[in-house]
Design a protein around this ligand. Structure first.
Ligand code: 0X9
Ligand code: ZN
Length: 400
């Protein structure tokens, strides 16, 4: 597999490239309408020559960013192991290792530790089982008194997006284990689902060759290819837009909306809480964007001003600690049109008013951030979360 950066400066060029979206052997990590932002795509060996021919025929320039992706995956892993061996310092008393990407088993034991150690503010529960019968764990952080509005944070919808999971863990650790952060949830409750797709996450931890697994791990009828894209499986314009009906595609929509145990579990967890949760943040990677609805159309959502207001404050807060400014946008225009994603479903089918996706940016190789990025990224996303927390009870952006 090769990683390419493609530069399209006209609509004709963009359309030629777009015909490959959703096709077997193609994995578009970043594709936007903007002429300033180049396209990042992974292409398998089998489709490479044909793709390059198309690019040349259309006069589209490109760079090969990584000649052999498997080599980089291997190096990345070696580096992780080396650094792990070197490190002696661990955060005192915290049982989560944020110096490496935690396994799902480590995540489960960490949240159980949090519950036993901080039982007065932490409640751990399962929102349901994954396809492989693994509990999809969630955490409620609450200072206890009264019925409060809530923030919902979710990571790990896509198996390989480890930095979204590690950021959710960092947020948990900061909120619960750092007493200075208690005031953040004085007047609100916070729900965290650190890893919505444990099967995909565990599979991507299994070996070098499975590192880039994105989808769930369910089997598909009449196909040897496994998995559905959990972020195309929600019942919102399901099956329309840029998504695929091919089970072998990275953006396969699934047999039907909510065919997946994971999306169903999310739905059944959220619906009864829709009058309590007011802000939802879905953590993904690696484009480096702050996105709001819709993904399926460029029509503005009714609360656009409010969404924009919150997003701008989030951008400022993140830039202050990282120096990196994330573009903000309607996800259809800034990223690409899709259907069936969790952000749109929440915005359209629940009474939750604010629904966002943060596409966390990666490191040197966007899609494979190294362990050195875990803490700085967690810190940056935590700054964003502080702002989202203020949006929950209308302390900021109390406009329509
Ligand atoms: O394609 C997705 O599901 C998300 N990007 S990712 O690279 N993490 O896979 C984007 C979801 C937001 N929706 C749209 N941009 N349309
Ligand atoms: Zn994602």
């Amino acid at each position: 597999m090769q990683s390419l950066t493609v530069y399209s400066d006209t609509d004709t060029k963009l359309n030629a490239i777009k015909t490959y979206v959703g096709q077997r052997g193609f994995d578009f990590l970043k594709i936007t309408k903007s002429r300033q932002i180049p396209i990042d795509v992974l292409v398998t060996k089998e489709r490479l020559q044909e793709f390059k021919n198309t690019l040349r025929a259309n006069n589209i320039s490109y760079n090969i960013t990584i000649d052999d992706v498997s080599e980089i995956i291997h190096k990345n892993k070696e580096q992780t192991e080396q650094q792990n061996g070197k490190r002696v310092r661990r955060a005192p008393r915290s049982r989560i290792n944020l110096e490496s990407f935690a396994t799902y088993t480590q995540i489960v034991s960490y949240v159980n530790f949090l519950q036993s150690r901080y039982g007065e503010i932490v409640e751990v529960f399962s929102i349901g089982k994954s396809y492989m019968n693994v509990d999809i764990i969630a955490l409620k952080i609450s200072s206890g008194t009264g019925d409060k509005p809530a923030l919902l944070i979710e990571g790990g919808n896509h198996g390989r997006e480890w930095i979204s999971v590690s950021s959710a863990l960092y947020i948990m650790q900061q909120l619960i284990e750092n007493p200075r952060n208690r005031e953040i949830f004085e007047n609100i409750d916070i729900f965290i689902i650190p890893c919505l797709n444990p099967d995909g996450y565990m599979y991507s931890h299994q070996s070098d060759s499975t590192r880039l697994w994105r989808k769930t791990r369910s089997t598909n009828r009449f196909s040897l290819c496994r998995g559905t894209d959990a972020n195309r499986n929600f019942d919102i314009q399901w099956g329309y837009g840029e998504a695929s009906v091919d089970p072998c595609s990275e953006i396969y929509i699934g047999r039907e909306a909510f065919s997946e145990a994971e999306t169903k579990a999310f739905r059944d967890f959220v619906l009864p809480l829709q009058d309590k949760i007011t802000t939802y943040v879905s953590l993904h990677s690696y484009a480096g964007f702050i996105l709001y609805p819709w993904s399926f159309t460029n029509i503005s959502p009714p609360n656009l001003r409010r969404l924009n207001c919150v997003a701008r404050r989030v951008r400022t807060a993140m830039a202050r600690v990282s120096g990196i400014t994330y573009p903000i946008g309607n996800s259809h225009d800034l990223l690409y049109p899709t259907s069936g994603d969790s952000m749109d479903w929440v915005a359209a089918h629940t009474r939750i008013n604010l629904s966002f996706t943060i596409e966390i940016s990666g490191g040197d190789y966007g899609f494979l951030p190294g362990i050195q990025h875990i803490i700085p990224t967690g810190n940056k996303i935590f700054e964003a979360i502080k702002v989202f927390a203020q949006s929950v009870d209308g302390r900021i952006c109390n406009i329509n």
